[in-house]
Design a protein. Structure first.
Length: 201
């Protein structure tokens, strides 16, 4: 049991160090030795647990995406789920959090190995948020594009908009603005939907 716990602790230290290195330097400029140094472990141990740098980057991406999906849990409507995620991203941005810096890098497509996105997409497909998107599409509330592409577009737009507001020195608007941008087809239909859910809650 102790060996398993130690292994998990080491992996978590490596993932945390990798997140910071990738967020600061990007994929290409980050070295496994730098990650090991920041994690306080030998480079050989980083390689033993994760193999190639590409595998480690992929693990960080999966970790970060699963973090967003946590903010979906407990919400009955997609409006509430996406508002919670947008609010969470806004707080990270305002705190200049390493998670936000990494999200900006990979969502904007900077220096990302192409092979890394497929496993993230597969992990998302089993989430409750994916099912919520599919249900909204059936009801005609959301545009019919592949659910992960829709989710990725939401994250990318949210991060991009928040960044633009902050760089301009403006207060970041309410989270609800992101739902207008990301595919609800009819503003009146959206407001009716939102008001109905508010009455029901």
């Amino acid at each position: 049991m102790t060996i398993k716990r130690n292994k998990a602790e080491t992996c978590n230290k490596i993932l945390a160090a990798a997140l910071e290195e990738f967020a600061e330097h990007g994929y290409s400029l980050t070295k496994m030795s730098d990650i090991g140094r920041r994690a306080g472990v030998a480079t050989s141990l980083v390689s033993k647990h994760f193999g190639k740098k590409e595998n480690l980057f992929q693990s960080v991406m999966l970790n970060e995406n699963s973090k967003y999906l946590v903010w979906d849990s407990g919400h009955e409507t997609i409006f509430d789920a996406f508002s919670a995620i947008a609010h969470h991203i806004k707080i990270e941005a305002q705190n200049n959090d390493v998670h936000f810096r990494f999200a900006f890098m990979y969502l904007m497509g900077f220096d990302i190995p192409a092979s890394c996105t497929e496993s993230v997409k597969n992990a998302f497909s089993g989430s409750s948020l994916c099912k919520m998107i599919q249900e909204e599409q059936k009801q005609g509330m959301l545009n019919h594009i592949e659910p992960y592409a829709w989710f990725h577009m939401f994250l990318k737009s949210t991060v991009g908009i928040i960044t633009a507001y902050m760089e301009a020195g403006l207060p970041v608007p309410d989270d609800n603005i992101f739902l207008y941008i990301l595919g609800y087809k009819d503003e009146k239909k959206l407001m009716d939907y939102v008001n109905l859910n508010r009455l029901n809650n």
